[in-house]
Design a protein around this ligand. Structure first.
Ligand code: DC
Length: 223
């Protein structure tokens, strides 16, 4: 099996870029952030504070989490219900970032994530894929961009959807999530020593996709 690990901070374009690369290279795309988001949503739905580790761990016992592919798109199924759209709010983002600090939550998802790599050729994205989940991935990429350019892109995305967006608030959220994700004790966001760093601050989306596909192709041909 062939695995590509893509890690990086929130808003670096990982999922858009990984999806495009997966399509071009005929790999299955696995978005692990969506799995943390689904756990975050399950807690919010039950009125469980993400800071209350004990209650979150207890909640895990009743969580059945599945990934389904519909027209090549990953869908998240929580206890039989498709929650793929519900997990995309800012509130769920922040909750996911908090519950992802809990070792039991990470352990709960780890085996399922490794299982995908055993059964398919995949591109998996997240924060700890190259360092913890798939340390033997044939290609590791750390995709990053300045916090300001990530906030600017996010603001534009929301404005295009007709949703009012406040650049300063978005930048603050991004900085907060970067801090939380890279300062937790277990599996913090960091580049694997053997990862190729792709900084997209100065690149267009097309340029970023090209850079990632190029890196993967080199890895596939063993260069
Ligand atoms: O990639 P994302 O924004 O959808 O991820 C949501 C949160 O989940 C992120 O802030 C941190 C956490 N996460 C993680 O801890 N490990 C991963 N492999 C993926 C996401």
């Amino acid at each position: 099996m062939f695995s590509v690990a893509i890690d990086g901070p929130a808003g670096a374009g990982k999922s858009t870029i990984a999806k495009a690369a997966a399509k071009e290279l005929e790999l299955i795309y696995v978005d692990t952030g969506a799995m943390y988001r689904t756990i975050g949503l399950a807690c919010l739905d039950d009125g469980i504070s993400p800071e209350d580790s004990k209650a979150v761990i207890e909640k895990l016992k009743s969580i059945v989490l599945e990934l389904k592919y519909v027209d090549g798109e990953q869908r998240m199924i929580l206890c039989g219900k498709d929650v793929s759209d519900d997990i995309r709010t800012e509130r769920v983002s922040m909750t996911a970032s908090v519950v992802s600090k809990i070792p039991e939550v990470r352990a709960f998802l780890l085996e399922q994530q490794r299982g995908f790599a055993r059964s398919d050729n995949i591109i998996m994205d997240g924060r700890d894929i190259g360092t913890v989940v798939l340390p033997d991935a044939q290609v590791k990429i750390f995709l990053t961009a300045s916090a300001e350019s990530r906030a600017k892109r996010r603001t534009l995305q929301l404005e295009e959807k007709g949703i009012g967006a406040d650049y300063d608030a978005i930048l603050e959220d991004i900085r907060k999530r970067d801090y939380q994700d890279s300062h937790r004790e277990i599996a913090p966001l960091k580049a694997a020593p053997d990862a190729v760093i792709v900084d997209t601050t100065e690149l267009t989306l097309e340029g970023s996709i090209e850079a990632v596909i190029d890196t993967i192709r080199k890895g596939m041909s063993g260069k």
